[in-house]
Design a protein around this ligand. Sequence first.
Ligand code: BDR
Ligand code: CA
Length: 313
Amino acid sequence: MPPAKIIIDTDPGQDDAIAILLALASPDEIEVLGITAVAGNVPLALTAINARTVCELAGHPEIKVFAGADAPMTRPLRTAEHVHGDSGLNGPALPAPTMALQPGHAVDFIVDTLRTEPAGTVTLCPLGPLTNIALALDKAPDIAARIKEIVLMGGAYFEVGNITPAAEFNIYVDPEAAKAVFACGAPLTVMPLDVTHKALTTEPRVQAFRDFGTPVGDAVAAWTDFFQRFDKDKYASPGAPLHDPCVIAWLLKPELFSGRHINVEIETQSDLTRGMTVADWWGVTDRVANAMFIGDVDADGFFALLTERIARL
Ligand code: BDR
Ligand code: CA
């Protein structure tokens, strides 16, 4: 089988960075057509730098990186420096990237790529707020039918929320964009907190990256060390959830995951529950299923895959 063609839409973020590394380490299965940066964990100016920093760390300065939306569709931007640090990639000291941003807007790259590549061959992998994807769908509604699949990190049902008691960060930041994406009709696979909170780092799992003795292994360990302090304090957990790498791991080894094909709607109105993913896990409505909503992962298998692939870089 030829490698799956993907566009990674991202707001790096340490866990976004590890997801990008996992994709770039897997060229037999995944061809990264481009990376589109969006405002989220930190402002766009930083996410557009961070995406390129990660490509250069991976030894892939040829990857096309585009800057996209600098704010949600209708709301002010909410960022997460309290989790990711002021650069978004706090942890290791990495050189500023020398590769250039591509000319043009990320939204145009998404639209043009979906119109140029054969229909049903391009998978979108959003790892941040869904602003760029929703703007692309708004600008060019014809692309919805050409998307092979959208595999995104966002939302929660059993875990409810992380940025508010009711909402997960990526969906909360731009709920109007999320609503448009969940309604677009393209096949959708969702990695909510319910599963990502099971993909937890532990000291032995982080040590495995350190043991490579490579710049990439050291960076992954240092990112994880920084990122996990927040979750350890908050949840008294052994480590940090590697949210965004679950998206790429699903493309590589879907058998590691399990979930249900269900209806998921996005709350945009209520002040209390804005950004909530209202997931009909128990099938108590007759609303039409629109998403494969993942609930469980073989965490040992996930980390074995991640470790084996990151070691290649
Ligand atoms: C999501 O929000 C960000 O902080 C992470 O990068 C991840 O995409 C988890 O809620
Ligand atoms: Ca992210």
